[in-house]
Design a binder for this molecule. Structure first.
Ligand SMILES: Cc1cc2nc3c(=O)[nH]c(=O)nc-3n(C[C@H](O)[C@H](O)[C@H](O)COP(=O)(O)OP(=O)(O)OC[C@H]3O[C@@H](n4cnc5c(N)ncnc54)[C@H](O)[C@@H]3O)c2cc1C
Length: 464
């Protein structure tokens, strides 16, 4: 049986390894491991394995962070498989240290020198090669779907036929102007799935990381761990204005508020001893830009970090189309709710990859058709304009007026219909959610409202 896996991030590689171990013929489609958000992940992975910790405590923390609209079964489903995910990584000889992160009631963030993604991805990539997993370098530009059945993938115009297709192409932070994530994560496959009539879930919940760094070396991330180690947020006047260990949404809005007043914001890490040793990746890009964190406060601003929404899937990572599955940040089954708890996404990538392999092994979808589904070529056009638009109108602080203006501008942009559809989903669901919850903040509705304690679905119209 042939399976095509779109995306070479952690979710894609885990899926490929798990399927390959079961004897499937697997082909990865993508841009290589370095061009993935997984490779960039710094702090680590949440495993509820330390003394005194429990599955229940991790579940409770996840639902508290998700502001009570998580799918409880999905939360238990992922967290109860955390030790399987830990064993999966340990089986490759990976060894971790433990760290504390905001939102977790126990120390449960497992890190490898704050370059966790890089170390994991290198090892998994090697393993896919040892297992003989195929690789097609390129961009999947369309899903081959006819009726309610997936037949393959169009990669740069060429149709590749598979018995099953797994979408592991990450989220859509690349559709926002400022992000430390890779530019390839535009959410094209999410838009394509919606175009094929598959609903997307919770698109309005976009997590902004408070301490992005926009410098000569590009847009980068300064992880929570730096604040955890004692760094303080200050304005250009040297004033502190927020508790640095509050949740990401609170800190991001506080920084944004200062910036709206015309102030520059800095992360003062001068009190941290051995910054270079503790945060080698961060030290390297700062040094490249002439910033010495032991002497200079670091200029920071919020950036788009994680898209909670994605293709709606069930607890077995199945979409509504036969033979089509989705894993990792590309999908949503309600695990994160309205706000992702730090370090829960890498965990979800591994769990969903292992689980979808079991689902495919159980279902064994067979593609006997020789039909070639229709193909709509990808025409990126004005992607940059969409990125600016979403940043301005669906950013950290939203209003009905701003979202409506965003929708009006979107109609005039000439770009690929799938990207436009996805952007419209974000704007329309953010407009429909007349409350503030987790990562979604409406200035005109600043509190959580019971009437909105449920997920949203977008299939061309927002249903909330
Ligand atoms: C800077 C940074 C730090 C982070 N740190 C952490 C952390 O410490 N802990 C944590 O839990 N989470 C962290 N996250 C979030 C986490 O990294 C991601 O949620 C996770 O890695 C997503 O994995 P994925 O496999 O779903 O997607 P990705 O790793 O993003 O991989 C998706 C892949 O698909 C490819 N792709 C996209 N579209 C197409 C297409 N059409 N055709 C072919 N290929 C395509 C992309 O190029 C990419 O290679 C961080 C994110 C960022 C940006």
């Amino acid at each position: 049986m042939k399976v095509g896996v779109i995306g070479t991030g952690l979710a894609g590689l885990t899926t490929a390894i798990a399927l390959s171990r079961r004897g499937f013929e697997v082909t990865l489609i993508g841009h290589g491991v370095r061009k993935s958000n997984s490779y960039l992940a710094q702090a680590g992975i949440a495993f509820p394995l330390s003394d005194g910790d429990s599955l229940r405590a991790h579940v409770t923390d996840t639902i508290r962070a998700g502001k009570y609209i998580n799918d409880e079964e999905a939360v238990w489903g992922v967290i109860s498989k955390a030790s399987e995910a830990y064993d999966f990584l340990s089986s490759f000889g990976l060894r971790f240290e433990m760290e504390t992160e905001g939102g977790h009631s126990f120390p449960r963030v497992y890190t490898i020198k704050n370059e966790t993604g890089k170390h994991i991805m290198k090892v998994l990539w090697l393993r896919t090669k040892e297992l003989g997993v195929g690789l097609v370098r390129g961009t999947a530009k369309g899903l081959g779907i006819l009726g309610r059945r997936a037949y393959g993938v169009f990669v740069d115009g060429e149709f590749l036929r598979f018995d099953a297709v797994v979408i592991a192409s990450g989220g859509f932070t690349g559709l926002f102007q400022y992000t430390a994530g890779v530019g390839t994560n535009l959410g094209l496959m999410i838009g394509d799935a919606i175009l094929h009539g598959l609903p997307a879930r919770d698109l309005e919940f976009v997590q902004f990381h408070p301490t992005g760094y926009v410098g000569e070396s590009g847009v980068k991330l300064i992880s929570e761990a730096v604040r955890g180690a004692g760094a303080k947020l200050i304005t250009e006047d040297g004033e502190r204005f927020v508790n640095e260990l509050s949740t990401r949404d609170i800190v991001a809005r506080a920084i944004y508020g200062q910036m709206q007043k015309g102030k520059r914001v800095y992360l003062d890490a001068r009190s941290i001893e051995d910054f270079k040793k503790k945060f080698p990746q961060i030290y390297a890009f700062l040094q490249k830009d002439g910033i010495d964190p032991s002497k200079d406060p670091i200029p920071v601003s919020p950036i788009a970090h994680y898209t909670i929404g994605g293709i709606a899937v069930d607890l077995w990572y199945r979409t509504g189309v036969k033979g089509l599955y989705a894993v990792g940040e590309a999908m949503s089954n309600g695990f994160h709710g309205a706000n992702r708890l730090a370090s829960n996404s890498l965990l979800e990538c591994i769990v969903s990859g292992l689980e979808v392999a079991r689902t495919i092994a159980r279902e064994r979808p067979k593609n006997r058709s020789r039909k070639e589904p229709p193909y709509r070529p990808f025409e990126p056009g004005e992607v940059e304009t969409i990125r600016e638009l979403l940043w301005e109108h669906a950013g950290i602080v939203r209003t009905a007026e701003g979202l409506r203006e965003g929708l009006r501008k979107l109609r005039e942009i000439e770009t690929d219909e799938r990207l436009k559809l996805l952007a419209r989903g974000v704007l329309e669901c953010a407009l429909a959610r007349e409350e503030s919850r987790g990562a979604h903040y409406r200035e005109d509705f600043p509190v959580m409202r019971k009437a909105f304690e449920r997920p949203s679905f977008f299939d061309g119209r927002c249903r909330l």
